[in-house]
Design a protein around this ligand. Structure first.
Ligand code: HEC
Length: 265
């Protein structure tokens, strides 16, 4: 039999165990985790409600039918028709936007994209959407008066400002590296300085508390994560079995290795 050095085997086993952690680590800039739970049906229902009233006017979900949402989120046809369908769409139809094609381009300088697979399109997944929804701030230099720290120069206005209130950027001078060059800002920049946070001045507060708004942003992100991959609702519960299987397999491989090496020593 070919001789594997124990160090080599250890490296492989270690690699297998660390692989998930490493792939996680390479996923771009750090963001606050939305901590979504795809098993939380109530959260997905709230997210669907918020999405339909605040987002579907501009964004379509062309790969998702109302009836499928009802089935997956445990809603009746009547509930969906009364609470989620804002257009004259039928229960069995796809979730289209009521905006005429071309209008978005004319109004915002950019067409609002279909969001069916948005949570999958971004490396940070639903976390990106969550952070995006929390990072709008007042910027008079922008055409619609809004900018976004996660998506600099976004042409989408802050459609949830009445809920969140109007955030203003708090800035600090750019840090200089040893060679005297300005270092890039972690949260983006505003008027030549680095953004370090946001404030909502008195008189510009929203109808929600910060905690309520966090939850709203999380629910919308969760809903879009679900839409991006309806099958994930089932896959989530399978993940645990896959990990168990891998652990068991590693254990078997270890037993096998000790068995082989007993004769060698
Ligand atoms: C008034 C129209 C309008 C509404 C309402 C709206 N958006 Fe947008 N959205 C846009 C436009 C326009 C863009 C394109 C921005 C750009 O690329 O500069 C956009 C971009 C986005 C993007 C980034 C897409 C990408 O990857 O480039 C996300 C995510 C998004 N919107 C989510 C939402 C969510 C969630 C809601 C509801 C809370 C919402 N939008 C409501 C107009 C809208």
């Amino acid at each position: 039999m070919t001789k594997f050095r124990p160090a080599f085997i250890k490296a492989i086993v270690l690699g297998l165990l660390l692989a998930p952690a490493l792939s996680w680590a390479s996923e771009g800039p750090e963001m606050a985790s939305a901590q979504i739970d795809l098993n939380d049906k109530a959260a997905l229902q709230r997210g669907a409600g918020l999405y339909m009233s605040y987002c579907s006017g501009c964004h379509s979900l062309n790969y998702q039918r109302y009836s499928r949402v009802a089935e997956d989120l445990g809603l009746s046809q009547e509930q969906v028709e009364q609470n989620l369908i804002y257009s004259n769409a039928k229960f069995g139809e796809n979730i289209r936007t009521s905006m005429a094609p071309g209008d978005g381009l004319a109004w915002f300088g950019k067409a609002p994209p279909d969001l069916s697979v948005e949570a999958r399109a971004k490396a940070q997944g639903a976390d990106w959407i969550y952070n995006y929804l929390k990072s709008f701030y007042v910027d008079e230099s922008r055409p619609l008066g809004w900018n976004n720290a996660v998506y600099k120069g976004a042409s989408m206005p802050h459609v949830l400002w009445e809920l969140q209130g109007q955030q203003h950027a708090v800035t600090e001078p750019k840090k200089k590296s040893a060679s005297g060059e300005a270092e890039p800002c972690e949260m983006g920049e505003y008027q030549g300085q680095c953004i370090k946070g946001f404030v909502i001045p008195e008189g510009q507060k929203g109808t929600m508390t910060p905690e309520q708004y966090d939850r709203a942003a999380r629910d919308i992100s969760a809903f879009l994560a679900y839409v991006g991959e309806p099958a994930a609702l089932q896959r989530e519960s399978m993940g645990a079995w896959v990990v168990l299987f891998l652990a068991f397999f590693t254990f078997l491989a270890y037993l096998l290795k000790s068995e082989y090496w007993r004769d060698v020593h």
